[in-house]
Design a binder for this molecule. Structure first.
Ligand code: NAP
Length: 369
């Protein structure tokens, strides 16, 4: 590994001397790096560590030295083989979200140069506008494009630059949870200052929703099973908090906090058990972003409460590269920092998954590489 570090340092230092960089990149091909893969075990998967040679970029591709990755609930579903058709993730690289540094560029690359700080987009083939052909299958994680790898090769089109004020660990939290919350609130919900926003629980999407809503001058209300997490949420800008474990009719408390008016926006991550209650908390003309299934995914949409409230529901599945870039501009403008609650080393990847599975965190769990 020592030779790799020396070569990487040299690669960074060479700046715009692309010819020299290309020579160094070629030399790096003899080097060995590590990546995790899902291996089938006990009806689900376990993480196994593999050695891979330093890849070379093809035309339009870049090599990224991954510096940090983050976990989403989807990664736990995948580990349990509960995501997509059974067995589809076998042999693939886990995790959709990661950030790192460009260490080599292939012919024709124009968006990035060696040394640039980048993050992978969630759908490698969803660039802008409505999703096109092949977008669904291009989701990173549980695929060859997964981020739990010391290096990845990516199309330059499937990366974005990261906000300058963020560390790699912070930037690694953005691609799935960040973009999902941003699209839900601003693109689909058209959030306005002063609006009441309901966030369910203190996981990745909800805490991004809290931070973004606060930055936009809205009034976030957040629920949690933990009073300690609710106290931390107030520090992040929550103006109302409800413990949903102590108060099973939490929707009534949410409505009471709004003075009876109801919330204008909901990031609905709970699914089966929370959707009916969230609809009870929704104000007339409000917007509910249908995102998740923490209590089980909803199979039938209750149309009546939506019609009676003259409300709008949006199905959300992360977003495009353009959405990611718009979110990054917002993050830069407001100096926003994601909440990174726990950081694990690369060798502790299995522990990071276990912490996520146990709910022992608020906001995001990160692995540094
Ligand atoms: N459609 C999309 O584009 C998209 C994108 C991202 C995520 N998702 C989905 O959205 C959901 C959330 O994802 P995530 O990654 O943000 O999850 P996460 O970080 O794992 O969130 C975990 C937290 O959810 C909270 N929670 C659990 N059960 C709850 C309940 N009954 N009511 C309220 N909160 C509850 C808990 O908060 P407390 O500890 O505070 O109680 C828990 O710590 C998942 O189902 C995921 O698959 C969908």
């Amino acid at each position: 590994m020592k030779s790799k570090i020396v070569l990487e340092t040299a690669t960074r230092a060479c700046g715009i001397l692309l010819v020299l960089c290309a020579a160094l990149a070629a030399a790096q091909q003899t080097d060995v790096l590590r990546q995790y893969r899902f291996e089938q075990a006990d009806g689900g998967y376990r993480l196994t560590l593999h050695e891979i040679p330093m890849p070379a970029p093809g035309a339009g591709e870049v090599v990224v030295r991954v510096r940090a990755v983050s976990l989403n609930r989807r990664d736990i579903y995948m580990l349990d083989d509960q995501y997509g058709a059974p067995g589809t993730a076998a042999g693939s690289v886990p995790l959709s979200d990661g950030a790192g540094e460009v260490i080599a560029v292939g012919p024709g690359v124009s968006r990035f140069a060696v040394g640039d700080r980048v993050a992978g987009i969630f759908f490698e083939k969803w660039i802008d506008g409505a999703p096109g052909e092949g977008w669904h299958a291009s989701a990173r994680g549980g695929s060859p494009g997964g981020m739990l790898s010391e290096v990845i090769v990516s199309s330059e089109q499937s990366l974005v630059g990261i906000p300058a004020h963020l560390t790699y660990e912070e930037a690694a939290t953005l691609p799935c949870a960040g973009v999902t919350a941003w699209v839900s609130l601003f693109k689909r919900g058209r959030l306005q200052p002063g609006e009441w926003v309901l966030l369910e629980g203190t996981g990745g999407v909800s805490v991004f929703g809290l931070i973004f809503a606060h930055a936009a001058g809205a009034r976030p209300i957040i629920t949690s099973s933990s009073d300690e997490k609710l106290a931390r949420a107030i520090d992040l800008g929550a103006v109302g908090t409800v413990n949903y474990r102590k108060n099973p009719d939490w929707q009534k408390e949410v409505r009471a906090i709004t003075g009876g008016a109801g919330v204008s926006q909901v990031l609905e991550v709970g699914g089966r058990d929370t959707l009916p209650k969230a609809l009870e908390a929704l104000a007339p003309g409000g917007h509910i972003a249908l995102i998740g299934g923490l209590t089980g995914f909803v199979t039938e949409m209750p149309v009546g409460p939506l019609m009676w409230a003259n409300a709008t529901a949006s199905g959300i599945y992360v977003g495009s590269r353009a959405d990611f870039e718009a979110m990054n501009a917002f993050i830069g403008e407001h100096g926003i920092r994601p909440l990174v609650d726990k950081v694990f080393d690369f060798e502790q990847a299995a522990e990071a998954f276990a912490a996520m599975d146990a709910g022992e965190f608020m906001g995001k769990i990160v692995i540094r590489l």
